[in-house]
Design a protein around this ligand. Structure first.
Ligand SMILES: Cc1ncc(COP(=O)(O)O)c(C=O)c1O
Length: 400
């Protein structure tokens, strides 16, 4: 007898970026020289200091259950890092770690939202936000931002979007997919609107905030001069900053009652994050900063290299990002054309034809909430990037 998945999961979309990664791997298995510009992770290895701490943890048999919100030294180090960055006074009980940033967001939203609550999500957004909101029984209200404002939420747009059911705003700076970050002045203006609405909570997704080209740490709402301590929750993790996506360690910082609620949920679902990974994350946070500088320099060189190359492609337009490792590339100039009789009417068509004919993987804009764009990740070596742009140029050249 056929078993049908539950209604809980039937309407959930599989993460499109992970789907593309597996599609690219499948083409590679078939012997195709696939270049993936879709990856959401750095291409360099986890830093040695973290790897060593993980190995030591295994050798010392630190391999058992830990408290549901994580070991105390890790929570202390996270609180310390946030306090050093933003001049706050968080304690370890204001921190909950979990298995990766994505599950942290789920655990936090599950602990904050009631069914029927409305969550404001500026678009373009990270693909998983609406699905996580849906899993929590809440409703997403998408706020479309514009290229003129570097796809950032403005105080006016925010004020207009807040309604009687609005409970939470999701903010991500630097942003996946755009790579743009909010300036301190922009955040100050948003903070003025947020404090006017004490029922409104904010989740600041800071997962890329140390991958910023002009700041040690990206500007933050916590530095806005407004007291947002009871409204704001931080999400962060080691995945992107320290190239530790497979170790699965993320955290939330905020009100201790909510952190305890997350602990309760986690105690009945994952028990805790992996003990070995927690030790590795601790070492990365405490000792990873010098190596991080080298990584950011490498990313900057890659951004500066690929930016003019992409902009020279006919029908393609991109603005220079401030952080992360993505370029949110406008390809709408290619719409209305066709490749060997196959029309390009949307980003999905563009991405699919490019993959099928030139083995280059890019993520179409639709799952991020905005057609007309593709997301290009430049976290890969220069030679491969050059080859990918050459293939894109040939593809575009053949459009009629
Ligand atoms: C904006 C954003 N937030 C959170 C995450 C979650 O990171 P992870 O679950 O790998 O720690 C990602 C990963 O792609 C992301 O891009």
């Amino acid at each position: 007898m056929k078993v049908t998945p539950s209604k809980n999961v039937q309407n959930i979309e599989a993460s499109p970026t992970l789907v593309l990664v597996s599609k690219a791997k499948e083409l590679m298995r078939q012997g195709k020289d696939v270049i993936s510009l879709s990856v959401g992770e750095p291409d360099w290895p986890t830093m040695d200091v973290a790897k060593k701490a993980g190995i030591e943890s295994i050798e010392q048999n630190f391999t058992k259950y830990t408290p549901a919100t994580g070991i105390l030294p890790l929570r202390e180090a996270i609180a310390q890092q946030v306090n050093d960055d933003f001049g706050t006074q968080y304690q370890p009980e204001n921190v909950a770690t979990a298995t990766g940033g994505k599950f942290v967001i789920y655990s936090l939203l599950y602990s904050l939202l009631n069914s029927g609550d409305e969550v404001l999500i500026p678009s373009p957004y990270w693909v998983s936000y609406p699905s996580i909101v849906q899993l929590c029984g809440a409703t997403s209200k998408i706020i479309t931002t514009s290229e003129q404002n570097q796809f950032k939420l403005t105080p006016d747009l925010l004020e207009k979007a807040i309604g009687p059911k609005t409970r939470l705003l999701l903010l991500n700076s630097p942003s996946n997919p755009t790579g743009f970050l909010y300036t301190q002045e922009e955040l100050n203006e948003l903070a003025k609107v947020i404090v006017k609405h004490p029922q409104l909570l904010v989740m600041s997704d800071d997962i890329y905030n140390r991958l910023s080209f002009d700041h040690k740490v990206a500007p933050h709402l916590l530095q806005s001069g407004q007291d947002l301590s009871s409204q704001l929750f931080i999400v962060n993790g080691v995945s992107k900053t320290y190239s530790m996506t497979g170790w699965r360690i993320g955290w939330a910082v905020g009100d201790s009652a909510i952190m305890s609620a997350m602990g309760k949920l986690q105690s009945q679902t994952t028990s805790s994050a992996c003990s070995v990974s927690q030790k590795a994350a601790l070492a990365a946070i405490q000792h990873g900063e010098p190596e991080l500088k080298t990584c950011i320099e490498l990313l900057r060189q890659r951004r500066d290299h690929v930016f003019p190359l992409l902009n020279h492609l006919p029908g393609v337009n991109v603005l220079k990002p401030d952080g992360a490792f993505y370029m949110w590339t406008n390809v709408s100039g290619c719409f209305g054309k066709s490749y060997k009789g196959q029309p390009i009417q949307c980003s999905q068509d563009f991405a699919q034809l490019l993959l099928e004919n030139y083995s280059v993987v890019v993520v179409p804009g639709e799952p991020f909430g905005q057609d007309g764009y593709i997301r290009i990740s430049y976290a890969l070596q220069k030679e491969r990037m050059n080859e990918a742009v050459d293939r894109m140029a040939k593809f575009i050249d053949e459009l009629v």
